[in-house]
Design a protein around this ligand. Structure first.
Ligand SMILES: Cc1cc2nc3c(=O)[nH]c(=O)nc-3n(C[C@H](O)[C@H](O)[C@H](O)COP(=O)(O)OP(=O)(O)OC[C@H]3O[C@@H](n4cnc5c(N)ncnc54)[C@H](O)[C@@H]3O)c2cc1C
Length: 531
Protein backbone atom coordinates (compact mmCIF):
# COMPACT_ATOMS: atom_id res chain seq x y z
CA UNK A 1 0.00 0.00 0.00
CA UNK A 2 1.31 3.46 -0.83
CA UNK A 3 1.08 6.55 1.38
CA UNK A 4 1.57 10.23 0.75
CA UNK A 5 3.93 10.43 3.70
CA UNK A 6 6.00 8.02 5.77
CA UNK A 7 7.44 9.44 8.96
CA UNK A 8 10.42 7.55 10.36
CA UNK A 9 10.17 7.80 14.13
CA UNK A 10 7.43 8.58 16.63
CA UNK A 11 9.40 11.01 18.75
CA UNK A 12 7.41 14.06 19.77
CA UNK A 13 8.52 15.92 16.63
CA UNK A 14 7.55 13.05 14.35
CA UNK A 15 4.15 12.94 16.00
CA UNK A 16 3.66 16.71 15.76
CA UNK A 17 4.52 16.52 12.05
CA UNK A 18 2.12 13.55 11.66
CA UNK A 19 -0.72 15.58 13.23
CA UNK A 20 -0.27 18.55 10.91
CA UNK A 21 0.27 16.43 7.79
CA UNK A 22 -2.75 14.23 8.46
CA UNK A 23 -4.86 17.30 9.25
CA UNK A 24 -3.84 18.66 5.85
CA UNK A 25 -5.41 15.57 4.28
CA UNK A 26 -2.22 13.67 3.47
CA UNK A 27 -2.26 9.94 4.16
CA UNK A 28 0.43 9.59 6.78
CA UNK A 29 2.09 6.51 8.25
CA UNK A 30 4.44 6.76 11.24
CA UNK A 31 6.97 3.93 11.69
CA UNK A 32 8.66 3.66 15.08
CA UNK A 33 11.48 1.23 15.85
CA UNK A 34 10.73 0.92 19.57
CA UNK A 35 7.63 -0.75 20.98
CA UNK A 36 6.38 2.58 22.38
CA UNK A 37 5.84 6.00 20.86
CA UNK A 38 7.52 9.09 22.28
CA UNK A 39 11.24 8.82 21.42
CA UNK A 40 13.04 10.45 24.32
CA UNK A 41 9.84 11.94 25.74
CA UNK A 42 8.53 8.81 27.49
CA UNK A 43 7.38 7.70 30.94
CA UNK A 44 8.34 4.24 32.13
CA UNK A 45 7.57 2.19 35.22
CA UNK A 46 11.12 1.91 36.51
CA UNK A 47 10.09 -0.24 39.48
CA UNK A 48 6.64 -1.58 40.41
CA UNK A 49 4.53 1.48 41.26
CA UNK A 50 7.23 4.06 40.33
CA UNK A 51 6.72 6.00 37.11
CA UNK A 52 9.48 8.24 35.81
CA UNK A 53 10.09 10.41 32.76
CA UNK A 54 12.87 8.18 31.52
CA UNK A 55 14.95 10.84 29.74
CA UNK A 56 13.68 14.42 29.25
CA UNK A 57 12.03 15.47 32.49
CA UNK A 58 10.77 19.00 31.85
CA UNK A 59 9.42 20.31 28.55
CA UNK A 60 11.30 22.99 26.64
CA UNK A 61 8.48 24.28 27.20
CA UNK A 62 6.29 22.67 24.53
CA UNK A 63 5.16 25.57 22.34
CA UNK A 64 1.67 26.61 23.49
CA UNK A 65 0.55 27.46 19.94
CA UNK A 66 1.14 23.83 18.89
CA UNK A 67 -0.61 22.40 21.97
CA UNK A 68 -3.60 24.62 21.15
CA UNK A 69 -3.61 23.85 17.42
CA UNK A 70 -3.56 20.12 18.07
CA UNK A 71 -6.03 20.32 20.98
CA UNK A 72 -3.73 18.32 23.18
CA UNK A 73 -5.70 19.12 26.34
CA UNK A 74 -8.65 17.31 24.73
CA UNK A 75 -6.33 14.34 24.15
CA UNK A 76 -5.29 14.16 27.80
CA UNK A 77 -2.40 16.61 28.20
CA UNK A 78 -2.18 18.31 31.59
CA UNK A 79 0.81 20.51 32.40
CA UNK A 80 2.00 21.88 35.71
CA UNK A 81 4.37 24.76 36.32
CA UNK A 82 5.61 25.09 39.90
CA UNK A 83 6.43 28.66 40.90
CA UNK A 84 10.07 27.73 41.67
CA UNK A 85 12.04 27.30 38.45
CA UNK A 86 15.35 26.32 39.95
CA UNK A 87 16.55 25.58 43.44
CA UNK A 88 20.32 25.50 43.89
CA UNK A 89 22.35 24.02 46.68
CA UNK A 90 25.89 24.61 47.86
CA UNK A 91 27.73 21.92 49.86
CA UNK A 92 27.82 24.20 52.93
CA UNK A 93 24.01 24.18 53.12
CA UNK A 94 23.49 27.56 51.44
CA UNK A 95 20.69 27.57 48.90
CA UNK A 96 19.02 29.82 46.37
CA UNK A 97 15.64 29.71 44.64
CA UNK A 98 14.85 31.31 41.31
CA UNK A 99 11.14 31.78 40.69
CA UNK A 100 8.99 32.37 37.63
CA UNK A 101 8.11 35.73 39.18
CA UNK A 102 11.06 38.12 39.22
CA UNK A 103 9.83 39.86 42.39
CA UNK A 104 10.04 36.60 44.35
CA UNK A 105 13.60 35.98 43.12
CA UNK A 106 14.56 39.52 44.09
CA UNK A 107 13.31 39.03 47.67
CA UNK A 108 15.30 35.80 47.79
CA UNK A 109 18.44 37.58 46.54
CA UNK A 110 18.03 40.45 49.00
CA UNK A 111 19.05 38.12 51.81
CA UNK A 112 22.16 37.06 49.88
CA UNK A 113 23.48 40.07 47.98
CA UNK A 114 22.01 43.57 47.70
CA UNK A 115 23.99 44.15 44.53
CA UNK A 116 22.65 40.96 42.84
CA UNK A 117 19.11 41.77 43.98
CA UNK A 118 19.50 45.12 42.21
CA UNK A 119 20.97 43.69 38.98
CA UNK A 120 18.62 40.72 38.58
CA UNK A 121 15.44 42.53 37.39
CA UNK A 122 17.27 44.35 34.57
CA UNK A 123 19.11 41.14 33.59
CA UNK A 124 15.84 39.19 33.29
CA UNK A 125 13.97 42.09 31.69
CA UNK A 126 16.63 42.57 29.02
CA UNK A 127 16.61 38.85 28.16
CA UNK A 128 12.84 38.89 28.11
CA UNK A 129 12.73 41.87 25.69
CA UNK A 130 15.32 40.21 23.45
CA UNK A 131 13.45 36.92 23.77
CA UNK A 132 10.31 38.57 22.40
CA UNK A 133 12.23 39.59 19.27
CA UNK A 134 13.67 36.10 18.80
CA UNK A 135 10.47 34.18 19.64
CA UNK A 136 8.88 34.39 16.16
CA UNK A 137 11.94 32.57 14.80
CA UNK A 138 10.96 29.44 16.70
CA UNK A 139 7.96 28.87 14.47
CA UNK A 140 9.57 30.05 11.24
CA UNK A 141 11.65 28.21 8.69
CA UNK A 142 15.19 29.60 8.52
CA UNK A 143 15.55 31.64 5.32
CA UNK A 144 17.31 30.28 2.28
CA UNK A 145 20.82 31.68 2.04
CA UNK A 146 21.13 31.40 -1.76
CA UNK A 147 17.66 32.27 -3.01
CA UNK A 148 15.46 33.82 -0.30
CA UNK A 149 11.82 33.86 -1.36
CA UNK A 150 9.73 37.06 -1.06
CA UNK A 151 8.02 35.74 2.10
CA UNK A 152 11.41 35.05 3.68
CA UNK A 153 12.66 38.53 2.82
CA UNK A 154 9.48 39.95 4.34
CA UNK A 155 10.06 37.98 7.56
CA UNK A 156 13.70 39.09 7.67
CA UNK A 157 12.50 42.67 7.25
CA UNK A 158 10.08 42.22 10.16
CA UNK A 159 12.89 40.76 12.27
CA UNK A 160 15.11 43.73 11.38
CA UNK A 161 12.37 46.15 12.42
CA UNK A 162 11.81 44.33 15.73
CA UNK A 163 15.58 44.39 16.28
CA UNK A 164 15.67 48.16 15.70
CA UNK A 165 12.74 48.66 18.05
CA UNK A 166 14.73 46.91 20.79
CA UNK A 167 16.71 50.10 21.25
CA UNK A 168 20.45 50.53 21.12
CA UNK A 169 21.29 48.93 24.45
CA UNK A 170 19.38 45.64 24.00
CA UNK A 171 20.33 45.42 20.32
CA UNK A 172 23.98 45.74 21.25
CA UNK A 173 23.54 43.15 24.02
CA UNK A 174 21.90 40.68 21.63
CA UNK A 175 24.79 40.92 19.16
CA UNK A 176 27.42 40.75 21.87
CA UNK A 177 25.96 38.09 24.14
CA UNK A 178 25.42 35.27 21.63
CA UNK A 179 29.12 34.54 21.00
CA UNK A 180 30.13 35.07 24.65
CA UNK A 181 31.21 32.43 27.15
CA UNK A 182 28.34 32.26 29.62
CA UNK A 183 30.81 32.47 32.54
CA UNK A 184 31.86 35.94 31.35
CA UNK A 185 28.27 37.04 30.84
CA UNK A 186 27.10 36.12 34.35
CA UNK A 187 30.27 37.60 35.89
CA UNK A 188 29.38 40.95 34.33
CA UNK A 189 26.06 40.97 36.16
CA UNK A 190 26.36 39.07 39.44
CA UNK A 191 28.67 38.56 42.41
CA UNK A 192 27.20 35.44 44.06
CA UNK A 193 28.82 32.28 42.69
CA UNK A 194 25.75 30.13 43.33
CA UNK A 195 23.61 32.53 41.29
CA UNK A 196 26.21 32.79 38.49
CA UNK A 197 26.45 29.00 38.25
CA UNK A 198 22.68 28.43 38.34
CA UNK A 199 22.12 30.84 35.45
CA UNK A 200 25.19 29.69 33.49
CA UNK A 201 23.95 26.09 33.62
CA UNK A 202 21.38 26.80 30.92
CA UNK A 203 24.23 27.60 28.54
CA UNK A 204 25.82 24.19 28.95
CA UNK A 205 22.77 21.92 29.39
CA UNK A 206 23.08 19.09 26.87
CA UNK A 207 26.19 20.47 25.22
CA UNK A 208 29.79 19.35 25.04
CA UNK A 209 30.93 22.66 26.51
CA UNK A 210 31.81 24.21 29.84
CA UNK A 211 30.83 27.68 31.03
CA UNK A 212 34.13 29.08 29.77
CA UNK A 213 33.47 27.78 26.23
CA UNK A 214 32.77 30.50 23.67
CA UNK A 215 29.18 30.80 22.48
CA UNK A 216 27.55 29.17 25.50
CA UNK A 217 25.42 32.28 26.20
CA UNK A 218 23.30 31.34 23.18
CA UNK A 219 21.50 28.81 25.41
CA UNK A 220 20.21 31.66 27.58
CA UNK A 221 19.06 33.71 24.59
CA UNK A 222 17.25 30.70 23.16
CA UNK A 223 15.55 29.98 26.48
CA UNK A 224 14.46 33.63 26.60
CA UNK A 225 12.93 33.20 23.13
CA UNK A 226 10.97 30.20 24.40
CA UNK A 227 9.53 31.64 27.58
CA UNK A 228 11.22 34.90 28.48
CA UNK A 229 13.52 33.46 31.14
CA UNK A 230 17.20 32.56 31.31
CA UNK A 231 17.04 29.47 33.53
CA UNK A 232 15.66 26.11 32.43
CA UNK A 233 11.91 25.80 32.85
CA UNK A 234 10.11 23.64 35.37
CA UNK A 235 7.41 22.68 32.92
CA UNK A 236 6.05 19.28 33.88
CA UNK A 237 3.52 16.97 32.32
CA UNK A 238 1.11 15.22 34.66
CA UNK A 239 1.90 11.50 34.46
CA UNK A 240 5.39 12.25 33.08
CA UNK A 241 6.62 13.23 29.63
CA UNK A 242 5.12 10.11 28.08
CA UNK A 243 1.66 11.59 28.58
CA UNK A 244 2.59 14.41 26.20
CA UNK A 245 3.60 12.00 23.45
CA UNK A 246 0.59 9.79 24.12
CA UNK A 247 -1.63 12.86 23.71
CA UNK A 248 0.20 13.64 20.45
CA UNK A 249 -0.28 10.06 19.24
CA UNK A 250 -4.02 10.29 20.01
CA UNK A 251 -4.22 13.61 18.14
CA UNK A 252 -2.38 12.09 15.16
CA UNK A 253 -4.70 9.06 15.08
CA UNK A 254 -7.75 11.32 15.39
CA UNK A 255 -6.48 13.32 12.41
CA UNK A 256 -6.26 10.10 10.36
CA UNK A 257 -2.59 9.16 10.66
CA UNK A 258 -1.53 5.55 11.22
CA UNK A 259 1.17 4.64 13.71
CA UNK A 260 3.11 1.38 13.75
CA UNK A 261 5.51 0.61 16.60
CA UNK A 262 8.21 -2.11 16.52
CA UNK A 263 8.76 -1.15 12.88
CA UNK A 264 12.37 -0.19 12.38
CA UNK A 265 13.26 1.32 9.03
CA UNK A 266 16.48 -0.18 7.75
CA UNK A 267 16.84 1.69 4.48
CA UNK A 268 15.39 4.62 2.59
CA UNK A 269 15.39 3.75 -1.10
CA UNK A 270 16.06 6.25 -3.84
CA UNK A 271 15.24 5.99 -7.50
CA UNK A 272 16.27 8.57 -10.11
CA UNK A 273 17.29 11.05 -7.40
CA UNK A 274 14.04 10.92 -5.45
CA UNK A 275 12.77 8.92 -2.55
CA UNK A 276 10.58 5.97 -3.51
CA UNK A 277 10.13 3.71 -0.49
CA UNK A 278 11.45 2.49 2.84
CA UNK A 279 12.48 -1.04 3.74
CA UNK A 280 11.82 -2.25 7.27
CA UNK A 281 14.13 -4.53 9.24
CA UNK A 282 11.54 -7.24 8.67
CA UNK A 283 12.08 -6.88 4.91
CA UNK A 284 8.71 -5.23 4.33
CA UNK A 285 8.84 -2.49 1.70
CA UNK A 286 6.45 0.48 1.91
CA UNK A 287 6.15 3.14 -0.75
CA UNK A 288 5.36 6.81 -0.25
CA UNK A 289 5.50 10.10 -2.12
CA UNK A 290 7.60 11.62 0.65
CA UNK A 291 9.63 10.32 3.58
CA UNK A 292 10.13 12.45 6.66
CA UNK A 293 12.86 11.44 9.07
CA UNK A 294 12.48 12.14 12.78
CA UNK A 295 15.77 10.29 13.31
CA UNK A 296 18.82 12.48 13.84
CA UNK A 297 20.78 13.75 10.81
CA UNK A 298 23.68 11.31 11.24
CA UNK A 299 21.33 8.32 11.47
CA UNK A 300 19.30 9.53 8.51
CA UNK A 301 22.15 10.21 6.11
CA UNK A 302 24.87 7.86 7.30
CA UNK A 303 22.83 4.79 8.27
CA UNK A 304 19.52 4.81 6.41
CA UNK A 305 20.75 5.97 3.01
CA UNK A 306 23.24 4.42 0.64
CA UNK A 307 26.26 6.78 0.62
CA UNK A 308 26.25 6.51 -3.18
CA UNK A 309 22.94 8.38 -3.18
CA UNK A 310 24.56 11.45 -1.62
CA UNK A 311 27.02 14.00 -2.92
CA UNK A 312 30.48 13.37 -1.34
CA UNK A 313 30.73 16.99 -0.21
CA UNK A 314 27.36 16.77 1.57
CA UNK A 315 28.38 13.42 3.11
CA UNK A 316 31.60 14.84 4.47
CA UNK A 317 29.71 17.79 6.01
CA UNK A 318 27.29 15.42 7.72
CA UNK A 319 30.21 13.37 9.03
CA UNK A 320 31.57 16.59 10.52
CA UNK A 321 28.22 17.51 12.10
CA UNK A 322 29.05 17.42 15.81
CA UNK A 323 26.98 15.01 17.86
CA UNK A 324 29.18 13.64 20.64
CA UNK A 325 26.97 13.30 23.70
CA UNK A 326 27.92 14.60 27.12
CA UNK A 327 24.99 13.60 29.32
CA UNK A 328 23.68 10.56 31.16
CA UNK A 329 20.56 9.94 33.18
CA UNK A 330 19.97 8.26 36.52
CA UNK A 331 16.44 7.49 37.65
CA UNK A 332 15.81 6.57 41.27
CA UNK A 333 12.84 5.01 43.00
CA UNK A 334 12.95 6.31 46.58
CA UNK A 335 11.10 5.12 49.68
CA UNK A 336 10.77 8.74 50.87
CA UNK A 337 11.74 12.33 50.15
CA UNK A 338 15.48 12.88 50.68
CA UNK A 339 16.53 15.45 53.28
CA UNK A 340 18.46 18.19 51.56
CA UNK A 341 20.91 20.13 53.72
CA UNK A 342 19.61 23.55 54.61
CA UNK A 343 16.07 23.08 53.34
CA UNK A 344 14.49 19.98 54.83
CA UNK A 345 12.31 20.59 57.85
CA UNK A 346 11.39 24.08 56.61
CA UNK A 347 7.68 24.62 55.95
CA UNK A 348 8.42 25.55 52.32
CA UNK A 349 10.77 22.60 51.69
CA UNK A 350 8.44 20.74 49.32
CA UNK A 351 7.70 23.86 47.35
CA UNK A 352 11.43 24.64 46.98
CA UNK A 353 12.13 21.12 45.72
CA UNK A 354 9.20 21.09 43.30
CA UNK A 355 10.99 22.70 40.31
CA UNK A 356 14.44 21.84 38.95
CA UNK A 357 17.14 21.23 41.52
CA UNK A 358 20.52 22.50 40.39
CA UNK A 359 23.76 20.97 41.63
CA UNK A 360 26.83 22.88 40.49
CA UNK A 361 27.62 25.50 43.10
CA UNK A 362 30.12 27.64 41.23
CA UNK A 363 31.47 28.29 37.76
CA UNK A 364 34.75 26.49 38.42
CA UNK A 365 32.84 23.40 39.61
CA UNK A 366 30.92 23.35 36.30
CA UNK A 367 34.08 23.87 34.26
CA UNK A 368 35.91 21.10 36.13
CA UNK A 369 32.97 18.79 35.50
CA UNK A 370 33.40 19.53 31.79
CA UNK A 371 37.19 19.09 31.99
CA UNK A 372 36.69 15.41 32.80
CA UNK A 373 34.62 14.93 29.64
CA UNK A 374 37.12 16.82 27.51
CA UNK A 375 39.71 14.19 28.38
CA UNK A 376 37.39 11.21 28.03
CA UNK A 377 36.26 10.54 31.61
CA UNK A 378 32.99 11.01 33.45
CA UNK A 379 33.01 13.63 36.15
CA UNK A 380 33.17 12.43 39.77
CA UNK A 381 31.63 15.78 40.82
CA UNK A 382 29.12 16.33 38.04
CA UNK A 383 26.72 19.11 37.19
CA UNK A 384 23.24 17.72 37.92
CA UNK A 385 19.80 18.91 36.93
CA UNK A 386 17.32 17.04 39.10
CA UNK A 387 13.57 16.79 39.37
CA UNK A 388 11.38 15.03 41.91
CA UNK A 389 8.12 15.16 39.95
CA UNK A 390 6.24 13.05 42.51
CA UNK A 391 6.19 16.09 44.83
CA UNK A 392 3.65 17.79 42.58
CA UNK A 393 2.27 14.64 40.95
CA UNK A 394 1.73 11.93 43.61
CA UNK A 395 0.34 9.56 40.95
CA UNK A 396 3.95 8.78 39.99
CA UNK A 397 4.91 6.85 43.14
CA UNK A 398 3.30 4.89 45.98
CA UNK A 399 2.08 6.88 48.96
CA UNK A 400 5.00 8.66 50.70
CA UNK A 401 7.52 7.39 48.12
CA UNK A 402 9.14 9.42 45.33
CA UNK A 403 10.85 9.23 41.97
CA UNK A 404 13.98 11.26 41.35
CA UNK A 405 15.18 12.02 37.84
CA UNK A 406 18.84 13.04 37.66
CA UNK A 407 20.29 14.52 34.48
CA UNK A 408 24.08 14.19 34.77
CA UNK A 409 26.86 16.08 33.03
CA UNK A 410 29.47 15.37 32.17
CA UNK A 411 29.46 11.84 30.85
CA UNK A 412 31.21 11.71 27.46
CA UNK A 413 30.07 9.26 24.82
CA UNK A 414 33.67 8.10 24.30
CA UNK A 415 35.54 7.01 27.42
CA UNK A 416 39.32 6.89 27.27
CA UNK A 417 39.52 4.01 29.75
CA UNK A 418 37.11 1.09 29.51
CA UNK A 419 33.59 1.25 28.13
CA UNK A 420 30.20 2.35 29.40
CA UNK A 421 28.83 -1.16 29.91
CA UNK A 422 31.76 -1.94 32.18
CA UNK A 423 31.51 1.34 34.08
CA UNK A 424 27.76 1.80 34.36
CA UNK A 425 27.36 0.95 38.06
CA UNK A 426 30.64 2.56 39.10
CA UNK A 427 29.41 5.75 37.44
CA UNK A 428 26.01 5.37 39.16
CA UNK A 429 27.80 5.05 42.52
CA UNK A 430 29.87 8.18 41.81
CA UNK A 431 26.74 10.21 41.03
CA UNK A 432 24.84 8.99 44.10
CA UNK A 433 27.93 9.73 46.24
CA UNK A 434 28.19 13.25 44.82
CA UNK A 435 24.49 13.82 45.41
CA UNK A 436 24.75 12.53 48.98
CA UNK A 437 26.88 15.58 49.80
CA UNK A 438 23.67 17.56 49.46
CA UNK A 439 21.16 14.92 50.55
CA UNK A 440 22.99 12.78 53.15
CA UNK A 441 20.20 10.20 53.62
CA UNK A 442 19.75 9.55 49.89
CA UNK A 443 21.43 6.14 49.81
CA UNK A 444 19.15 4.75 52.55
CA UNK A 445 16.09 5.67 50.48
CA UNK A 446 17.09 4.13 47.15
CA UNK A 447 14.75 1.24 46.34
CA UNK A 448 15.86 0.97 42.72
CA UNK A 449 18.39 2.73 40.50
CA UNK A 450 18.54 2.82 36.72
CA UNK A 451 21.64 4.24 35.05
CA UNK A 452 21.27 5.31 31.41
CA UNK A 453 24.65 5.95 29.79
CA UNK A 454 25.38 7.84 26.55
CA UNK A 455 25.85 4.43 24.91
CA UNK A 456 22.33 3.43 26.03
CA UNK A 457 21.05 6.70 24.57
CA UNK A 458 22.47 5.62 21.24
CA UNK A 459 21.64 1.92 21.34
CA UNK A 460 18.24 1.94 23.04
CA UNK A 461 16.89 5.35 22.09
CA UNK A 462 18.57 5.76 18.68
CA UNK A 463 20.48 8.98 19.41
CA UNK A 464 23.71 9.10 17.34
CA UNK A 465 26.69 9.65 19.63
CA UNK A 466 24.22 9.65 22.53
CA UNK A 467 23.57 13.35 21.87
CA UNK A 468 20.43 14.45 23.67
CA UNK A 469 19.64 17.19 21.12
CA UNK A 470 20.40 15.19 17.93
CA UNK A 471 23.61 17.28 17.63
CA UNK A 472 25.35 20.18 19.34
CA UNK A 473 23.38 23.42 19.55
CA UNK A 474 26.25 25.78 19.12
CA UNK A 475 26.43 28.84 16.87
CA UNK A 476 27.88 26.78 14.01
CA UNK A 477 24.93 24.33 14.13
CA UNK A 478 22.15 26.82 14.79
CA UNK A 479 19.23 28.32 12.83
CA UNK A 480 20.34 28.59 9.16
CA UNK A 481 23.21 26.22 10.01
CA UNK A 482 21.02 23.43 11.44
CA UNK A 483 21.86 20.79 10.47
CA UNK A 484 23.95 22.32 7.65
CA UNK A 485 24.11 25.64 5.92
CA UNK A 486 22.01 25.43 2.76
CA UNK A 487 19.92 22.59 4.24
CA UNK A 488 18.09 24.25 7.12
CA UNK A 489 14.66 24.23 5.50
CA UNK A 490 13.75 20.63 6.40
CA UNK A 491 14.42 19.53 2.78
CA UNK A 492 17.43 17.39 1.90
CA UNK A 493 19.48 16.83 -1.26
CA UNK A 494 17.19 13.86 -2.00
CA UNK A 495 13.90 14.94 -3.53
CA UNK A 496 10.98 13.89 -1.34
CA UNK A 497 13.14 13.28 1.75
CA UNK A 498 12.71 15.66 4.68
CA UNK A 499 13.98 16.00 8.25
CA UNK A 500 11.65 16.90 11.12
CA UNK A 501 13.60 16.14 14.32
CA UNK A 502 15.68 18.02 16.85
CA UNK A 503 18.60 18.14 14.38
CA UNK A 504 16.65 20.85 12.54
CA UNK A 505 15.64 24.37 13.61
CA UNK A 506 14.65 25.30 16.36
CA UNK A 507 16.62 22.34 17.68
CA UNK A 508 16.50 20.10 20.71
CA UNK A 509 14.18 20.27 23.67
CA UNK A 510 10.60 19.15 23.91
CA UNK A 511 9.09 22.10 22.02
CA UNK A 512 7.41 20.57 18.95
CA UNK A 513 8.96 23.37 16.84
CA UNK A 514 10.94 21.23 14.35
CA UNK A 515 7.97 18.92 13.68
CA UNK A 516 5.53 21.77 13.09
CA UNK A 517 7.91 23.77 10.89
CA UNK A 518 8.83 20.73 8.80
CA UNK A 519 5.17 19.85 8.27
CA UNK A 520 4.45 23.37 7.01
CA UNK A 521 7.25 23.10 4.39
CA UNK A 522 6.12 19.64 3.29
CA UNK A 523 2.52 20.77 2.90
CA UNK A 524 3.78 23.72 0.85
CA UNK A 525 5.67 21.35 -1.46
CA UNK A 526 2.64 19.09 -1.89
CA UNK A 527 0.48 22.12 -2.70
CA UNK A 528 2.97 23.39 -5.23
CA UNK A 529 3.14 19.80 -6.54
CA UNK A 530 6.87 20.20 -6.68
CA UNK A 531 7.25 16.55 -5.83
C1 LIG B 1 18.69 12.26 28.78
C2 LIG B 1 17.92 13.36 28.09
C3 LIG B 1 17.45 14.41 28.85
C4 LIG B 1 16.76 15.46 28.25
N1 LIG B 1 16.22 16.44 29.03
C5 LIG B 1 15.42 17.36 28.45
C6 LIG B 1 14.62 18.22 29.24
O1 LIG B 1 14.60 18.12 30.47
N2 LIG B 1 13.85 19.14 28.61
C7 LIG B 1 13.79 19.22 27.24
O2 LIG B 1 13.05 20.04 26.71
N3 LIG B 1 14.51 18.39 26.47
C8 LIG B 1 15.30 17.47 27.04
N4 LIG B 1 15.97 16.57 26.27
C9 LIG B 1 16.02 16.77 24.81
C10 LIG B 1 14.73 16.42 24.14
O3 LIG B 1 14.13 15.36 24.80
C11 LIG B 1 14.97 16.07 22.67
O4 LIG B 1 15.65 17.13 22.04
C12 LIG B 1 13.66 15.87 21.92
O5 LIG B 1 12.76 15.11 22.69
C13 LIG B 1 13.91 15.19 20.60
O6 LIG B 1 12.66 14.87 20.04
P1 LIG B 1 12.56 14.33 18.56
O7 LIG B 1 11.13 13.98 18.35
O8 LIG B 1 13.17 15.27 17.61
O9 LIG B 1 13.48 13.03 18.54
P2 LIG B 1 13.41 11.67 19.37
O10 LIG B 1 12.64 11.83 20.60
O11 LIG B 1 14.82 11.22 19.48
O12 LIG B 1 12.60 10.71 18.42
C14 LIG B 1 13.16 10.09 17.29
C15 LIG B 1 12.41 8.79 17.10
O13 LIG B 1 12.86 8.18 15.91
C16 LIG B 1 12.92 6.79 16.15
N5 LIG B 1 13.80 6.20 15.14
C17 LIG B 1 15.13 6.43 14.96
N6 LIG B 1 15.58 5.68 13.94
C18 LIG B 1 14.53 4.97 13.48
C19 LIG B 1 14.38 3.99 12.44
N7 LIG B 1 15.42 3.61 11.68
N8 LIG B 1 13.15 3.46 12.23
C20 LIG B 1 12.08 3.84 12.99
N9 LIG B 1 12.18 4.73 14.00
C21 LIG B 1 13.39 5.30 14.23
C22 LIG B 1 13.48 6.71 17.56
O14 LIG B 1 13.26 5.43 18.16
C23 LIG B 1 12.69 7.81 18.23
O15 LIG B 1 11.45 7.35 18.74
C24 LIG B 1 16.60 15.48 26.85
C25 LIG B 1 17.03 14.39 26.09
C26 LIG B 1 17.68 13.33 26.70
C27 LIG B 1 18.12 12.15 25.88
Amino acid sequence: MSHDIIIIGAGHNGLVAACYLAKAGLSTLVLERRDVVGGVAVTEEIYPGFLCSTLAHSAGPFLPIIAKDLELARHGLECTTPSVRAFSLAPDGHSLSLFNKTALTVSELERISASDAKSYPEFEASFSRIGRVLAPLLTRTPPSIDKPEPGELWNLGKLGLAFRRLGKQDAFRLLRWGPMAVADLVAEWFQTELLRATIAARGIFGTFAGPWSAGTSIGLLWQAAMDGHTTGPASFVKGGMGKLTQALAKAALAAGAQIRTSSEVERIQISAGRVCDVVLKSGEQITARAVVSNADPKTTFLRLLDPLDLDPDFLSKIRNYRAAGSAAKINLALSGLPSFEGVSGRPDANSKLSGRIHIGPDIDYLERAFDSAKYGAYSPAPYMDITIPSITDPSLAPNGAHVMSVHVQFAPYKLVHGDWNGQREEFGDAVVNALSTYAPNLKELVVYRRVITPLDLEQTYGLSGGHIFHGEQTLDQFFTFRPLIGWAQYRTPIKGLYLCGAGTHPGGGVTGGPGANAAREIIKDFKRARM
